[in-house]
Design a protein around this ligand. Structure first.
Ligand code: NDP
Length: 478
């Protein structure tokens, strides 16, 4: 059984606490995946100091030189796809097909940002003084604290770390405890690529000690976080109070609107994929579906038929389409919302039960038919495979209900009508608006992030990452 160490100043290191914690397998209650360090505030301080000392040297390299390291990490990771993907599936229960896909995405992100080292970082702005040259350039923030969740244990650490590094920052990465071993496998690739000491550091331990400690640490200049709203908001307050830059990606309550003119098969398939892949544990997962009355019965019948065909089981088996919830806490949370749906009078059309309970934290794909949009399952993020299905009188009503939540991350419409597409693009309050495509998913070269309570209004990925990971300097030369 493996024990993941912290990675500090280019060296693998046990925590000074002498304590480890266990990482378990949500698909196999008898199996431990391994152990990780239960680090202390002192460990964290040493880690931050390593990143602080490395920042001057790293920021002096050219973008091309930093990019060369990222290309090397990508090549090493490519050799290890199976090992990384299997560890992730064991730690958090996503199917192997999905974790393999996620690892490939991580590799593509590394290569994208490696190339970013050669792209422009500023603009020349005409001065009103004929003898002056005015332009912008960008400088790194310094030390960036990266706090990541368990639901994309490979892609999210990389999509935060790669841009942080290419723009010249050094990194302290604190992964979700649930998937600490998966993240250690990624750090091994950075280690083998021989980045200068202290440029990337990795420390595991509880959110309240290491995560909070990072957010509060005076030598951490920027914090990027993905996870729950409650934790995100606290991190934002801590960063704000000491003048550090912060970026928060949090929850969603993502709608799908199905118009009467939609391609029925496409709409059903995309709804199922958006709602149930990764056991619904994506911030972009579909959780509310609004179908125009004319197509409602047909849509519902096909949705139920296809949902009944989904194979739930061992994420390591090729025949499984959906694995378990990532942990007991996630399963309990999901059951809480299912029970709430029943209590509040929604009609349970299918699912709603725990299954394979001797093996792991499995739950059935679940669909509720609802009338009242103020119900808890229509308003709060479930983060499990649960759909709230509504019949609506018109696209306008669907849009109004779709916007009637505190979140605004992702939203889809299925329609063949150009006017409906255009009103959706204009009026849907979401950072990602998707037409004839599922709510979950965004390409790595495009900005990712939400409106309302879903984010701190910043964007990740693609070129947008530059906005967070650098500061602009306006230069005036006379
Ligand atoms: P958290 O927000 O608790 O965890 C996300 C990350 O923050 C983890 O690395 C965690 O560490 C860390 N963390 C926890 N507490 C603190 C703290 N006080 N200060 C700083 N960092 C902290 O999410 P959970 O894993 O508990 O999931 C709970 C719910 O959050 C889910 O049901 C879902 O609704 C939502 N969520 C949303 C995600 C998204 O993609 N938007 C991703 C994950 C969760 P540790 O793991 O050690 O606790």
């Amino acid at each position: 059984m493996s024990t993941a160490l912290n990675y500090v100043n280019g060296t693998w290191k046990a925590s000074g606490s002498g304590q480890t914690k266990e990482s378990s397998n949500p698909a196999d209650l008898k199996q431990e995946v391994g152990f990780y360090q239960n680090s202390t505030a002192e460990d964290l301080d040493q880690t931050v100091q390593a990143a602080k000392e490395a920042k001057k040297g790293w920021s002096k390299l050219t973008g091309a030189e930093r990019g060369a390291f990222l290309y090397k990490v990508a090549d090493i990771m490519e050799q290890r796809i199976d090992d990384i993907a299997t560890t992730a599936s064991k730690e958090m229960g996503k199917t192997l097909a999905e974790t393999r896909g996620e690892t490939n995405r991580g590799i593509a992100i590394l290569r994208y940002y490696a190339g970013e080292g050669l792209r422009k970082v500023g603009d020349v702005i005409p001065s009103t003084d004929a003898d002056a040259l005015m332009f912008t350039t960008r400088v790194p923030l310094g030390v960036v604290g990266v706090i990541t969740p368990w639901n994309f244990p490979i892609a999210i650490p990389i999509w935060k770390t790669a841009p942080a590094l290419i723009y010249g920052n050094t990194v302290v990465l604190k992964p979700a405890s649930e998937t600490a071993l998966t993240c250690a496998k990624i750090i091994e690739c950075f280690d083998e690529a021989d980045l200068p000491k202290g440029v990337i550091n990795f420390i595991t331990g509880s959110g309240s000690v290491i995560g909070q400690g990072l957010a509060e640490h005076p030598d951490v200049n920027g914090i990027t976080f993905t996870g729950s709203n409650s934790v995100g908001k606290e991190i934002g307050k801590q960063a704000l109070s000491r003048g550090a830059k912060y970026q928060l990606e949090m929850g969603g309550k993502n709608p799908v609107i199905v118009a009467k003119d939609a391609d029925l098969q496409l709409a059903v398939d995309a709804t199922i994929s958006g709602a149930f892949k990764s056991t619904g544990q994506k911030c972009t997962a579909t959780s509310r579906v609004f179908v125009e009355a004319e197509l409602y019965d047909e849509f519902k019948d096909l949705l139920l038929k296809k949902t009944a065909e989904l194979k739930v089981g061992d994420p390591l088996s090729d025949s499984s389409w959906m694995g378990p919830c990532a942990s007991k806490a996630q399963l309990d949370n999901c059951m809480y919302y299912i029970n709430k749906g029943v209590e509040e009078g929604a009609t349970l059309l299918t699912g709603g039960n725990k299954i394979l309970s001797d093996e792991g934290f499995y739950v059935e794909p679940t669909i509720f038919e609802c009338e009242d949009h103020s119900q808890t399952i229509a308003q709060e993020e479930v983060f499990g495979p649960v759909i709230a299905l509504f019949k609506t009188a018109s696209i306008e009503q669907s849009l109004e209900l779709a916007n009637d939540v505190e979140f605004g991350l992702s939203a889809s419409i299925f329609t063949t009508n150009i006017s409906s597409m255009l009103s959706f693009i204009k009026d849907m309050d979401a950072g990602l608006v998707r037409i004839n495509a599922e709510s979950a998913g965004v390409e790595l070269q495009a900005p990712f992030g939400g409106m309302k309570q879903s984010s701190s209004h910043s964007r990740e990925q693609g070129e947008a990452a530059k906005e967070f990971f650098t500061s602009i300097k306006t230069v005036f030369v006379k």
